[in-house]
Design a protein around this ligand. Structure first.
Ligand code: CP
Length: 303
């Protein structure tokens, strides 16, 4: 199901593929701090034109834990992109030097273009405000590991739901499961209409809310995203909304005991740091699971 596939958008992957990925990731957890030679002799190229801590480092760690090697760059500095080389030509070179390519780019559609140019599989590590499919896979994997299932859960998504690419991909991923989704944001930061139309057509149950306190008692999972300064054209608008959606100890008094708080990170101030030591805080475990999840992904595609 996975062999040789590009990973560009969540829409290309269904429930059975995700379940195979989760089972493989669980198997990989025991190797996430050691080294095996499942992919000895394979090379992964990383082309990160935008900043990243978790995605890039967990992909690199995953490939090295599997016995493979990594080449690539962060930012275009030092590459021939600075001399005006096109994205397509840069990808052609990475394709020639490696077995699999991971790309992050500020432009929506960059990963799709790379997949069209490259013969090797291409994985989208985030493009513009549109897609971050491996983050959505990781988000669902974390929920699956926490609860043992995804069906039947009440899942709140809170913050800037319009410009966060993780939200777009997560909604598309959730459409494979029988969950209730609570969208908590200012009205103008609701997810884009095209995404909402798609997930509604897949039968995802959605409701819209402007205040987390209205629904916190119903939630099993609260997935929080930051308000992204870089996505706003007007800095005053950013200043106006940035503090509106913040999880505090006070709000959690009404939450279920087992509420799991997830965040793709990095966070700014949308989660009170005092939450870090509560059983609700699952965001660091989520980031750590990025290694076995991405080990499973690379392994299934290349093995
Ligand atoms: N979650 C995520 O994509 O983090 P990075 O931007 O650090 O990769």
């Amino acid at each position: 199901m996975w062999r040789g596939r590009d990973v560009i958008t969540m829409r290309d992957f269904g429930r059975s593929e995700l379940e195979e990925l989760f089972e493989t990731a669980k198997y990989m957890e025991k190797y996430a701090k050691s080294r095996v030679d499942f992919l000895k002799g394979k090379i992964m190229a990383v082309a990160f034109f935008e900043p990243s801590t978790r995605t890039r480092l967990s992909f690199e760690t995953a490939m090295r834990r599997l016995g493979g090697d990594v080449i690539g760059f962060w930012g275009a500095e030092g590459t021939s992109v600075e001399k005006g080389e096109t994205l397509a030509d840069t990808i052609r070179m990475l394709d020639a030097y490696s077995n699999i390519i991971v790309i992050r780019h500020k432009l929506e559609g960059a990963a799709k273009l790379a997949a069209e140019v490259a013969e090797s599989p291409v994985i989208n590590g985030g493009d513009g405000a549109f897609n971050h499919p491996t983050q959505a896979m990781l988000d669902l994997y974390t929920i699956w590991r926490e609860f043992g299932h995804i069906d039947g859960l009440n899942i709140g998504l809170m913050g800037d739901l319009r410009y966060a690419r993780t939200i777009n991909s997560l909604l598309e991923a959730l459409a494979n499961f029988d969950v209730r989704t609570f969208l908590i944001s200012p009205e103008y930061l609701r997810p884009r209409a095209e995404t909402l139309d798609y997930v509604k057509s897949r039968g995802l149950k959605l409701s819209f809310h402007t205040n987390v306190e209205e629904v916190i008692h119903e939630l099993d999972v609260l997935y929080v995203v930051r308000v992204q300064r870089e996505r706003f054209l007007d800095p005053l608008e950013y200043e106006r909304v940035k503090g509106s959606y913040r999880v505090t100890l006070e709000i959690l008094k009404k939450a279920k005991k087992h509420l799991a708080i997830l965040h793709p990170l990095p966070r700014v101030d949308e989660i009170d740091h005092r939450l870090d030591n509560t059983p609700h805080a699952k965001y660091f475990r989520q980031a750590a699971l990025g290694v076995p999840l991405r080990m499973a992904l690379i392994y299934l595609i290349l093995s």
